[in-house]
Write a protein that binds this ligand. Structure first.
Ligand SMILES: N[C@@H](Cc1c[nH]c[nH+]1)C(=O)O
Length: 387
């Protein structure tokens, strides 16, 4: 085996990708800071027990685990930052009232999210703790969408779900509890036969109601249809009303609803949302409400948040080479060096050309439209190419 080979689904971030990721990260940090979010940086590695507190099997299977040589305890690499941020809110900050925390960094996945996904996703997100209100849901949801818009994504299609719709149905049938993973599998894959196989285990009326939920997805009109169909389920009516309120205020270009798929990890307990770009397997945005992790950490803190998958976003944005000014190299020319310093101070990129530089290679990375030349004894930036 060649020594420079990397493991499957692990790749370097080369200049184009690294540049795009940094641009997205900067845009994200600036925008979320302006909304009052404070950044935190949890560690890459933690005890598995705390890393997986309140989460489900899905995250467990995705977590790389190793034994800590100094304590003998099991450590895990973070496969998701949301539970870490919940731990920080619950135990380290210990604040009253609301906290808005932002984060950005790499994750490690033992199994990729889909066959061609990187096992080292780069994510950025926000988690808001301390409010159960729909106002906090819409604040977080619209901030996520604003980030996508600021990145340059167009025609953003948001998918909304809510855990309470299925919950209201299965709560009426005590037999559901023991086959919940099967029910969730059937719903997630819209697999009618997997649902029908549960006949005899759960009530036929439950199967019928779940089958309806599986079929009822689409635009905003779905909310009215569900309201009519499930008029004797107070929890569903209340949830739909709340979602209509959110839909009225949501800044997505297109909205759709699907209550059979809970987009994301199993800790979600309320509204769920996601944005998937057509032809991409994986969501570029996932989020929702998760009110129970805090309680499992010993402090009952309601929470809602979102995670952006920056590598997937960078892949769909057009590549833009940055502009750069070409300049000669002359150690002794004070005026030249001063002119270069000034340009760099103005955030311009200036590349001083060394004898070994190849302009064709440089042009793969930069748009070298301008150069610094001496005219009438003064260093000036002029266009390199005349149209
Ligand atoms: N961290 C979750 C999304 C999320 C953030 N907050 C709540 N949910 C994910 O990556 O799927």
């Amino acid at each position: 085996m060649s020594v420079w080979l990397l493991p499957e689904n692990i790749a370097d971030m080369l200049p184009r990708e690294a540049r795009e990721i940094e641009r997205l990260r900067e845009t994200f940090l600036k925008l979320t800071k302006s909304h009052g979010c404070e950044m935190v940086k949890p560690p890459m590695i933690e005890y598995v027990d705390s890393l997986l507190t309140g989460t489900g099997n899905d995250l467990d299977l995705r977590t790389f685990k190793i034994v800590d040589q100094s304590s003998g305890k099991m450590l895990g690499f973070r496969a998701d930052m949301t539970p870490q941020i919940a731990r920080i809110d619950a135990h380290i900050l210990n604040r009253e009232g609301i906290s808005r925390l932002s984060y950005a960094g790499s994750l490690l996945h033992a199994r990729p999210l889909h066959p061609v996904a990187s096992r080292q996703p780069y994510v950025a997100g926000v988690e808001l703790f301390g409010s159960t209100s729909s106002a906090s849901d819409i604040e977080v949801l619209n901030l996520a969408l604003e980030c996508l818009k600021a990145f340059g994504l167009k025609d953003i299609h948001l998918d909304i779900g809510h855990v309470f719709v299925v919950k209201a149905i299965v709560e009426r049938d005590p037999n559901c509890e023991k086959v919940m993973p099967k029910i969730l599998y059937a719903l997630k894959h819209k697999d009618r036969s997997a649902l029908e196989e549960l006949s005899g285990v759960i009530e036929d009326s439950t199967i019928d109601a779940l089958r309806k939920i599986m079929r009822m997805f689409g635009g905003i009109e779905v909310l009215d249809e569900i309201e009519k169909e499930f008029s004797d389920y107070p929890l569903i009516l209340q949830t739909i009303e709340q979602l209509k309120w959110i839909a009225d205020r949501c800044i997505a270009d297109k909205l759709s609803f699907d209550f059979s798929d809970v987009h994301g990890y199993q800790y979600l307990t309320g509204i769920t949302f996601g944005v998937t770009i057509p032809q991409r397997y994986q969501a570029v945005l996932r989020g929702g409400r998760y009110d129970s992790i805090g309680a499992k950490f010993g402090r009952n803190r309601p929470a809602v948040g979102f995670t952006l998958y920056l590598r997937e976003i960078a892949q769909v944005l057009p590549t833009k080479r940055p502009y750069a000014v070409m300049a000669p190299w002359d150690d002794g020319d004070k005026a030249l060096n001063e002119a270069i310093r000034k340009l760099r101070e103005e955030d311009r990129i200036v590349v001083q050309i060394l004898p070994e530089d190849r302009i064709e290679s440089l042009e793969e990375s930069f748009r070298l439209d301008e150069e610094l030349i001496k005219e009438d004894g003064e260093w000036k930036v002029v266009r390199r190419y005349t149209k």
